[in-house]
Ligand binder design. Structure first.
Ligand code: SF4
Length: 443
């Protein structure tokens, strides 16, 4: 009796082995091994397969993976171990993973290798990419938290917003539409904010969202190709990051690094910020998100619709026939607005003052988001059958993938600490899902 004839021909791991040649791991890891001296070390392919068994079969602890490989013929066969061969100790695997490959992105390269394999087999076309995020519980005590005052971090999202603002300001100042900004009036100093930080895992973030469990979490931001549900990108952030924050950088990564020719994307309403709409339009990508809820709350009777925009003079005409001229460019939360204001003298003498101006103001102001037109153009397809179809696909592939990963591929919680461990964990979970979908499509 041999191990070869103990494993059924149609076993999932046999099918996987026929499709994926894991020997590329030797090439990827050759610089971490010395071939001339020292004790023979653990085979890097065995290390990767050992971890994959855990994520493919939902075995969370490395100690239990070792036990399962000892008694399961198919797992042994997949790792290339004979019936009487010793299974590598879980602590050896742990130490190798942490010390030898920690911070070396080996698991990202594994994820991308499998992804390129899927792309080569025609399972990814890259035309429609669907994105969502899910929370993964950090390995942190709920009680061991402290409150600290922290600086606002400069994020990629805010830097992009700054660039658009600088560009618009230069354009308006050069055309004489607004006065040049006085030196020192540019960026306001950002206030420090109070943050809850975990003592056991300071890199995790406090998740506080309606309908989600409160506590220290990481967020796995995952993008899925709509052709066969292959996960094409995984990014991990602390749990207190907004979904829109890493989105544009990840889209650029998929286009530039993976070479995907993205035409359309779908995401939930958290991604529908005006900056994202504008940046996506600049990239030539059509973004579909669910319709916006709510709108501007006016305290007065005259809403913006009561004012007529005159393009040639770049001003608004109010119901009393007075002009609201462009005065400044202002940052309002995450929006950049052109501010139009009526003359105080006109408003003071106006019989419609109390229908138009709130008590706290002396003249009427209208703020126009500089991305407004881009948002309008991108939202033109809202409610159409294709828009509804894309949002349905987003639910199926994104939420369906997360459900499968949480149920079967260890995405529910983390065993190790730190954002690097969280990233490796989410990448392995996505790799396991991709391998299963690849086998399902090709075998
Ligand atoms: S209050 Fe001012 S802006 Fe409003 S209608 Fe009168 S003049 Fe025009």
């Amino acid at each position: 009796m041999t191990i070869e004839n103990l494993v059924p021909e149609d076993h999932f791991l046999r099918k996987l082995d026929r499709l994926v040649d894991f020997s590329f791991i030797y090439e990827e890891t050759k610089e971490y091994y010395c071939h001339h001296n020292g004790r023979p070390s653990i085979d890097p392919v065995i290390l990767v397969k050992y971890l994959l068994v855990g994520y493919l079969y939902g075995i969370e602890s490395e100690r239990r993976i070792e036990q399962e490989i000892q008694v399961n013929m198919a797992y042994r066969w997949f790792l290339g171990l004979d019936l009487d061969e010793r299974v590598p100790d879980h602590s050896t695997i742990s130490q190798n993973r942490r010390r030898r490959f920690g911070g070396e992105n080996l698991l990202r390269r594994l994820f991308e290798h499998i992804l390129h394999l899927c792309m080569g087999k025609g399972l990814v076309d890259g035309k429609l990419i669907l994105t969502d995020s899910t929370h993964v519980k950090a390995n942190a005590s709920f009680q061991a938290n402290v409150k600290v005052l922290a600086e606002h971090e400069t994020t990629d999202y805010m830097e992009r917003l700054d660039r658009y603002e600088a560009e618009e300001r230069r354009r308006l100042e050069d055309s004489g539409a607004i006065k040049p900004q006085r030196t020192g009036c540019g960026k306001k100093e950002r206030k420090k904010v109070e943050k809850t930080v975990s003592i056991t895992d300071p890199e995790a973030g406090m998740l506080r969202r309606p309908g989600k469990p409160e506590g220290m979490h990481y967020l796995s931001h995952q993008s899925v190709d709509a052709a066969h549900g292959i996960v094409v990108d995984v990014a991990v952030t602390p749990g207190n990051t907004s979904d829109s924050e890493p989105y544009l950088a990840r889209i650029e990564h998929m286009r530039n690094h993976l070479g995907l020719n993205i035409e359309t994307t779908g995401a939930d309403s958290a991604y529908g910020t005006s900056l994202i709409y504008r940046a996506m339009e600049d990239m030539g990508i059509h973004l579909h998100t669910p319709g916006a809820t709510g709108g501007v709350n006016y305290k007065v009777e005259f809403t913006r619709e009561a004012f007529e925009y005159k393009k040639e003079k770049d001003c608004f005409i109010c119901p009393a026939g007075k002009e609201l001229t462009l005065r400044s460019l202002e940052r309002e939360h995450y929006n950049i607005c052109r501010t139009y204001r009526a003359d105080r003298k006109d408003c003071r003498a106006c019989p419609m003052l109390n229908r138009c101006v709130s008590d706290s103001h002396r003249s009427r102001t209208i703020r126009v988001n500089i991305f407004e037109e881009a948002v309008r153009r991108q939202r033109e397809k809202d409610g159409t059958p294709i828009h509804k179809h894309i949002l349905k696909l987003r639910q199926i592939w994104c939420e369906g993938s997360f459900a499968a990963q949480k149920w079967m591929h260890n995405l529910r919680r983390l065993f190790r600490r730190g954002i690097e461990a969280a990233r490796d964990h989410c990448l392995l979970s996505a790799t396991a899902l991709n391998l299963k979908r690849m086998v399902k499509c090709l075998e």
